[in-house]
Design a protein around this ligand. Structure first.
Ligand code: ARG
Length: 464
C-alpha cells in the first residue's frame, strides 16, 4: 500500500511528515506477525475484561470490544481480513479494524497497555501452544520407538564405537537409546514452558501503568502461572525463545544423529535395514538408486534450526533494557524453527514404523569384527587372570584369527590354549553373540530381559 491511500497511523499525532514508503516497508512486520493474530485477540480480550473489572471500562464498553474482537478473529480465521502494511503490525491492524467496526469505544482498548507488553504476551502464548504441539509429536515418536524396541528386544546387531565393531548389542537396546535422547528433549521443552509461562500484560511500555490493573486476572485468564515480576524485564527479554530454540536445536541434533544411522544402515555396505519406498526417492540418472532423502533432509534441516538459535542469541546480546525494535526480528527464526521441527517430527512418525529390519543381516554383521573379544577377556579374568594380561592374550588371539580370516569361536581349543592354558571348553558359549548380550544383564544393560524391563519403565514414564 502506498502513502496516499495509507490509513493514518495510531501514532501519527506527533509527526509532521508521512512515513517514507521504503521505511514503511522496512519497518512493517504484518507480513509475518499476522501469525500471532489469534493470540493477539485472546490477549486483547483478557485485557478488556480486566479493564472492566477494575472499572476503567464499563461493562457495555467491554462487551462491545469483546464481540468486536471475536468478529475480527473469525474474519482472520476465514481468511477474509484485509491486512495493511501501512498499519505496520498485527497489533495495529487488529486495533484499527476494531475501531472501524465498533467506533470510538474501540480506541479505549489500548488503555493501560503498550505494544511492548502486547507482543511479549502474544509470543509467549504462541510459544506455549507450539511447545504443547511439539511435545505431543515427540511423544508419538517415542511410543513408536517403544513398539519397535519391543519387537527387536532379542535382535542382535554390532554395537559400534569409532564406527568400528565394538561389542554385540540388541537392536532393542539401541532403539531405547534413541528413546532416552528424545525423552530428555521433551524434558527440556517442559522446563522451558514452565519458566516462560508468565504474563507480561500490565508491564505496558516498560514501567507499568498508572491505571488500576489486575495483572493476576489477565495472567489467570490467559492460562499463565503468574504475572512477570518485573515490568522492564517482561517487555525486553526474549530469553525464553533462546531457551526454546536451544531445546529445538538439541532435538534436531538427535534427529540428525538418528538420521545418520538410518542412512548408514540402509546403504548397500551395511544393509541392516530398508526404508520404505514412500520415504525415499530415485535418481534421474542411476536407475538402481533408492536414496534416503528424508533422513538426509532432516539431518540437513538441523543446521537451519541451529542457525535460528544463533540469530536469536546475536539479536539479544547487545540490547540495552528495555524493549527495542530489534525484537521484531525474533519472529521469523522462531516460526521457521518451530515449523521445521514439526515437519521433521511428522515425517519421522511415518518413516520409523515403516522401516524393515533385516535381522539375519544384523546378526551376520555382528559376527564380523570380533565383537566378543571383550567377553573372552572377561572370561580370563574370571579364571583369575588380571584384566590387563587378559586383554593382551585376547589381542594376540584376535591377531591369529585375523590372519586365519576366521572368528574367535572358530579357533580350536589348542589354538586358544596356546595363548593361555587356562582356557577350557567352557569358553565357547562365552564367545557367542547371544552369550555376550545375555551377560550384560544389569540395569541399563543390553540383555534382552533388561531391554524389556527398560521398555516397561519407559511406558510407565510415558503414561504418566
Ligand atoms: N512489531 C513489534 C514487534 O514485533 C511490536 C512492538 C512494537 N513496539 C514499538 N514500540 N514499536 O516487536
Amino acid at each position: 500500500m502506498n502513502q496516499s491511500d495509507a490509513p493514518s497511523k495510531p501514532w501519527s499525532g506527533r509527526f509532521a511528515e508521512s512515513t517514507d514508503a521504503m521505511v514503511e516497508r522496512f519497518t512493517a512486520s504484518v507480513d509475518f506477525d499476522q501469525r500471532l493474530a489469534r493470540y493477539d485477540i485472546r490477549g486483547s480480550i483478557a485485557h478488556a475484561r480486566m479493564l472492566a473489572k477494575t472499572g476503567v471500562l464499563t461493562k457495555a464498553e467491554r462487551d462491545a470490544i469483546v464481540s468486536g474482537l471475536e468478529a475480527i478473529g473469525a474474519e482472520i480465521e476465514a481468511g477474509t481480513f484485509v491486512w495493511s502494511e501501512a498499519l505496520e503490525d498485527v497489533h495495529m491492524n487488529i486495533e484499527a479494524a476494531l475501531s472501524r467496526r465498533i467506533g470510538e469505544v474501540g480506541k479505549k482498548l489500548h488503555t493501560a497497555r503498550s505494544r511492548n507488553d502486547q507482543v511479549a504476551t502474544d509470543v509467549r502464548l504462541l510459544v506455549r501452544d507450539e511447545i504443547d504441539v511439539i511435545e505431543g509429536m515427540i511423544r508419538v515418536l517415542k511410543s513408536t520407538i517403544l513398539d519397535k524396541a519391543e519387537q527387536e528386544a532379542d535382535t542382535i546387531m554390532p554395537g559400534l564405537t569409532h564406527l568400528q565393531t565394538a561389542q554385540p548389542v540388541t537392536f532393542g537396546h539401541h532403539l531405547m537409546a534413541w528413546f532416552e535422547m528424545l525423552d530428555r528433549d521433551s524434558g527440556r521443552l517442559a522446563d522451558c514452558r514452565m519458566r516462560m509461562n508468565q504474563s507480561p500484560l500490565g508491564a505496558a511500555a516498560l514501567a507499568g501503568t498508572g491505571f488500576p490493573v489486575d495483572r493476576d486476572f489477565t495472567a489467570k485468564t490467559l492460562g499463565f502461572d503468574a504475572a512477570c515480576e518485573n515490568s522492564i524485564d517482561a517487555v525486553s527479554d526474549r530469553d525464553f525463545l533462546i531457551e526454546l530454540l536451544s531445546a529445538l536445536a538439541m532435538l534436531m541434533m538427535h534427529l540428525s544423529r538418528i538420521s545418520e544411522e538410518l542412512i548408514l544402515w540402509s546403504s548397500a555396505q551395511f544393509q541392516l535395514i530398508a526404508l520404505s519406498d514412500a520415504y525415499c526417492t530415485g535418481s534421474s540418472i542411476m536407475p538402481q538408486k533408492k536414496n534416503p532423502d528424508v533422513p538426509e533432509l532432516v539431518r540437513g534441516k538441523s543446521g537451519r534450526v541451529y542457525g535460528h538459535l544463533l540469530s536469536l542469541l546475536v539479536l539479544m546480546k547487545a540490547q540495552p533494557l528495555a524493549y527495542n525494535r530489534d525484537n521484531q526480528e525474533d519472529k521469523l527464526p522462531l516460526f521457521d524453527a518451530v515449523d521445521t521441527v514439526k515437519d521433521c517430527l511428522r515425517v519421522y512418525a511415518g518413516m520409523l514404523p515403516a522401516i524393515s529390519v533385516d535381522r539375519a543381516a544384523m546378526r551376520a554383521a555382528a559376527l564380523k569384527g570380533y565383537a566378543t573379544a571383550t567377553d573372552l577377556a572377561d572370561y580370563l579374568v574370571r579364571k583369575g587372570i588380571p584384566f590387563r594380561d587378559a586383554h593382551d592374550v585376547v589381542g594376540r588371539a584376535v591377531k591369529l584369527a585375523v590372519e586365519a580370516r576366521c572368528d574367535l569361536a572358530d579357533l580350536s581349543l589348542d589354538q586358544l590354549k596356546s595363548f593361555c592354558n587356562r582356557i577350557e571348553k567352557d569358553v565357547y558359549p562365552v564367545l557367542t553373540l547371544e552369550g555376550a548380550v545375555a551377560a550384560r544383564d544389569h540395569f541399563g544393560g543390553t540383555a534382552p530381559s533388561q531391554v524389556r524391563a527398560a521398555i516397561k519403565r519407559a511406558r510407565a514414564r510415558l503414561g504418566g
